[in-house]
Design a protein around this ligand. Structure first.
Ligand SMILES: Nc1nc2c(ncn2[C@@H]2O[C@H](COP(=O)(O)OP(=O)(O)OP(=O)(O)O)[C@@H](O)[C@H]2O)c(=O)[nH]1
Length: 494
């Protein structure tokens, strides 16, 4: 059944850092301050990468806004509005335009309105999709993100251009009516590259929000930091070499070699945690933007930044492979084992037993099957309750498992009936094993169960003409015969 996202699931802090999270939970205003600090810091970074007036080649604050609204909803708006107004004053100082305070406030408010409304629309739509879909459908959510993210960036860029014109910061000329394009490139990159990473960071900054982020199933155990640094360095070297060659030889086509960055990036994606992959994409994008600025590669800006965007988007889809592989393993494990007793499920036991029979035949080793069942188990359930019945089944499986050799295989046929495959055991060994189990069953002690557990056993050696099904039928018949003869017995073909 589809579960709604659990909005209240708290972030689980790593041991040793619990105090940070309890402090953030106690004073949420600290979380807001951290959000503001991140936004302004990244804005400062982006202002170093301005490649057209008012437009940066990389505008990471867009990624912060989008992920903050995605995570916190409208609760994020005051902090982001504050940032938009603050940077308007900052820009005024940078460009030395010395506009009056009321005009700066108006410009800041218009910028905030343009920026926030576009991203609120996009993030709310994505959030709605997340809450109305099975979270495990990650591929379709990622697809939605790669469509909605750039579309909201486009809307934000167009609205920001309009806001700048209304406030008089830029003139309403045919040239400035094209401003949306460089604005879009920066915002688009900020969103695609940073949103997943920022979601991970903000989830830690706001421990009470975004339980659904954890439910996306992207959590994995990180490997060695040094190996990660080595991979990052190889990617960084590749960027630096490609960009320096492009700048040195002035050959535009050389810029396309940036696509080789996909090799170290995919290496990171397949071997590191999703959080580290996010860090890598953000760092590569930042390094590209900085190099572009300092090597004066503005003409090739679109090639580089679109390559990084495409790489980021494909990385997110690449992330799905380890996630899907681990959930596949989980599912396989669930079908392999019986959830209650941890014995092999019937579906796994029979084909596996067939293979073991073939192996035994090949090596000319004996192999036997025991089928057994608790006596009067229904009465245990009826007298002491189903929970006690469950504990009895678990204890029985544990007891049998503790007495098995490594090659032996325990399966649960269903209810209180179990299967035991004994490779290397002939009929006499198998009878001895079954007898040993039968005499140890009454030793099982369960709180609340005031009756000894006994069991009945059917034992057969699997002959050269037998299959696992025919051997099961023989052993099961013997088990029923043992029941008929008064239970607590081991029967084998006479
Ligand atoms: N507690 C619990 N009971 C189960 C489970 N699966 C099946 N049962 C019950 O196990 C009982 C099986 O009873 P039977 O094997 O038919 O009969 P029995 O009482 O063991 O009698 P004999 O086999 O003739 O000695 C039924 O009452 C089932 O409802 C389970 O997972 N947990």
């Amino acid at each position: 059944m589809q579960q709604p996202p659990s909005q209240n699931m708290e972030f689980e802090p790593p041991p040793g850092k619990v105090w940070i999270y309890t402090t953030l939970v106690r004073w949420p205003v600290l979380s807001d301050l951290l959000l503001i600090l991140m936004w302004l810091l990244l804005w400062q970074v982006s202002s170093l990468m301005e490649y057209e007036p008012h437009a940066s080649i990389w505008f990471p604050p867009a990624g912060v806004t989008f992920s903050a609204i995605l995570l916190l909803g409208i609760r994020a708006i005051p902090a982001i509005a504050f940032c938009c107004i603050a940077v308007t004053f900052w820009e005024d100082a940078n460009y030395a335009t010395h506009l009056p305070v009321h005009q700066l406030l108006e410009t800041g408010a218009l910028f905030a309105l343009a920026h926030i409304s576009a991203y609120t629309l996009g993030a709310s739509l994505l959030k709605w999709l997340i809450s109305h879909r099975d979270h495990h459908q990650l591929p379709s959510l990622l697809l939605a993100f790669t469509i909605i993210g750039p579309a909201s960036a486009l809307l934000a860029s167009y609205l920001t251009q309009t806001a700048l014109m209304i406030s008089g910061v830029v003139q309403n000329s045919p040239e400035s009516r094209q401003l949306w394009l460089p604005l879009w490139v920066g915002d688009l990159l900020g969103i695609i590259v940073l949103t997943p990473l920022m979601l991970g960071i903000l989830r830690r900054v706001y421990p009470r929000c975004g339980g659904w982020v954890s439910e996306l199933g992207l959590r994995q155990t990180p490997g060695s930091v040094w190996e990660f640094v080595l991979k990052l360095l190889s990617a960084a070297v590749l960027i630096v070499v490609v960009m320096m060659l492009t700048a040195a030889f002035h050959i535009k086509e050389m810029a396309f070699a940036i696509f080789f960055l996909s090799i170290p990036q995919m290496w990171i994606v397949y071997t590191e945690t999703p959080f580290r992959s996010g860090i890598s994409i953000a760092l590569m994008s930042c390094l590209t933007a900085v190099m572009m600025k300092y090597l004066a590669l503005g003409e090739d800006a679109l090639i580089f930044q679109f390559s990084i965007s495409v790489l980021a988007a494909s990385s997110y889809f690449g992330l799905l492979i380890p996630v899907l592989a681990s959930s596949n393993n989980r599912l396989r494990e669930l079908t392999r084992k019986d959830v209650l007793t941890q014995a092999y499920s019937r579906q796994h036991f029979f084909p596996q037993a067939e293979l073991e029979i073939q192996r035994a035949r090949y090596y000319r080793h004996p192999i036997s099957l025991v089928v057994f069942d608790i006596d009067h188990f229904k009465q245990i359930n009826d007298r002491f309750g189903h929970s006690i019945g469950d504990i009895a089944l678990i204890s029985l499986a544990n007891l049998v498992a503790s007495q098995l050799r490594q090659a032996d295989m325990l399966g649960r046929f269903g209810g209180d009936e179990f299967l035991l495959l004994l490779p290397g055991s002939d009929i006499n060994d198998a009878i001895a094993t079954a007898e040993r189990l039968r005499t140890s069953l009454p030793q099982i002690q369960i709180k609340g169960l005031h009756a000894p557990i006994t069991g009945s056993f059917g034992v057969t050696e699997i002959g050269s003409e037998d299959t696992i099904t025919s051997a099961f039928e023989t052993a099961d018949r013997l088990l029923l015969e043992a029941k008929r003869q008064g239970r607590n017995k081991v029967l084998s073909p006479s």
